[in-house]
Design a protein around this ligand. Structure first.
Ligand SMILES: C[S@@+](CC[C@H](N)C(=O)[O-])C[C@H]1O[C@@H](n2cnc3c(N)ncnc32)[C@H](O)[C@@H]1O
Length: 215
């Protein structure tokens, strides 16, 4: 159920495209956890951040049904390239259909498999560093993703980490001891203490950290 605040914010932000509406609707119909999709407000933020940064090379960890990749691809223009990582191969046809409808299929490369394995492979093969990374997969592995990707980003490049407030569990006292909460809490502590980056948590949706690698 959408809160009055969420509704007001959505109604006063640019509306989503028909293709994004299609992806959202299909996600609701065809998947078990449609809440995982970023949605219109965060999706628009992704597009605007990509445009503001002039980002062209983007890495996404956790594609789900392709909504956030579509939003970022809108921002890159035709020269953009997005590597997106997803473990669930059953989502592939929905993703590809959505990207085709949005006209961004030529900019997105899907890598099916476990993210840590794919990242290790991309580290070996990627010639150019990424401008932007959107981290949105297994919350227990955020620290491992961070260690793998920090050297794959250019100086001045940005990591966006999603769900970093985890329904407020990371600041509950006492903090719950499930592995996802512990994983995110450890990640938040690690980033805040890392002298190589500057960061800020935006309390949008379930918390989004902007992490900028220092020049
Ligand atoms: C929150 S959803 C991503 C939502 C998507 N970024 C969006 O905004 O529409 C997280 C996704 O990460 C995927 N995932 C979880 N563990 C993974 C892993 N070890 N490797 C790759 N993908 C994984 C899940 O299957 C799920 O589709």
């Amino acid at each position: 159920m959408e809160s009055p605040l969420d509704r007001y914010v959505r109604e006063h932000s640019s509306s989503q495209t028909e293709a994004l509406e299609w992806i959202q609707k299909q996600t609701n119909i065809r998947t078990n956890y449609p809440r995982m999709l970023s949605g219109a407000v965060q999706g628009r933020l992704l597009t605007i951040l990509v445009e503001m940064m002039g980002a062209r090379r983007i890495l996404e960890i956790g594609a789900f049904t392709g909504y956030s990749a579509t939003c970022m691809a809108y921002g890159t223009g035709e020269e953009g390239h997005i590597d997106t990582l997803e473990i669930n191969d059953e989502l592939e046809s929905l993703m590809r259909e959505g990207w085709r409808r949005a006209g961004v299929d030529g900019r997105i490369e899907l890598h099916i498999g476990d993210a840590k394995e794919t990242l290790a492979r991309l580290r070996e093969s990627s010639a150019e560093p990424y401008d932007l990374v959107y981290m949105d997969a297994n919350k227990r592995e955020y620290c491992a993703y961070y260690d793998l990707i920090i050297d794959m980003i250019r100086p001045g490049g940005v990591i966006l980490a999603d769900d970093v407030l985890w329904d407020g569990k990371v600041y509950e006292e006492p903090m719950p001891h499930d592995r996802q909460t512990l994983g995110i809490a450890a990640f938040n502590d690690m980033v805040a203490a890392d002298p190589r980056v500057e960061c800020v948590i935006l309390p949008i949706r379930d918390g989004l950290t902007i992490i900028r690698k220092k020049v």
